[in-house]
Design a protein around this ligand. Sequence first.
Ligand code: AVI
Length: 326
Amino acid sequence: MTSTLLTTPARTPSGSVSGFASDVRHFLTQDPRQLPSRYLYDDLGSALFEAICRLPWYPLTRAELRLLEAHAGDILDTDITTVIELGSGSGAKLSALIAAAGSGRGRLDLHLVDVSSSALAQAGQALERLENVRVVTHRATYEIGLAEFGLARPAGGRRLALFLGSNIGNFDSPGRDAFLGSIRSALDRGDALLIGADLRKPVRTLLLAYDDPLGVTAAFNRNLLSRINRELRGDFDFNGFSHRALWNEERSRIEMHLASVRRQTISVRGAGLDFVMGEGETIWTESSYKYDPPEIVSMLERAGFSVRAQWIDPVDRFALTFAEAV
Ligand code: AVI
């Protein structure tokens, strides 16, 4: 496939109903039909994603946690006074990082940016239990959270930005470079960025991660149709669509699609949309790019960072890359 999917980050807010309606109208009438992956994360979608992270076939979360715990001392140096996590979810990774880094530091200010208020409440509670931390939550897009964070200058010490979970992989390259640039702009020289990204690996392993035998990822994908039906008065028939995950070698990405199992007419009244899908025609719902380690270094350097360390989980092929703003 040579066309470009205008993916936006997976975990930005769903926005207003009218923003959703106009996006659905715009993206479903593109060729190929598509939907921005950020809309996968309503309450049920977020819960399904949490379930995906526990599946034996989706090892990214566990591999990243192992690396965070093994290198916590290097990542959370004692001169770091402020941490921002973009897409903090339940806060489990940040809690594990702080716990593994041990004591002996002054107060740590934690800024959590997420679109889910329930996730922020859960993360806030978990992190506030730790000693000597102050938690600031930002229920916001990454961009707004970064802007708010940029205004909160600490009195002294360095700042650390965390962008974990291979969320970077859900951006197409122009959006990814722009986003890394906006992280850099929110930081000062000498501040740090830690980025978690999934690596290229055997295609069979990748396909299992995105098309698991329990069908959780399929439910996560098809839930988007349920969301459209509920919020925008759509009439998608779930049985009329099957989940499809495919590997695009040329672009080095997994693509998730919803394939129409027959010719069918679909109406989304809240978006003023009626259209026909042919048998086998798909709606492209997500891209997950997979990298080689040097590519991660290059993208960070282009954005104004210098890489200080890169740690790789050799079993599940996942990388944590630690860089300094220069
Ligand atoms: C959030 N994001 C990094 C996940 C990924 O691997 O691209 C979302 C996901 N999609 C299907 N499974 C998990």
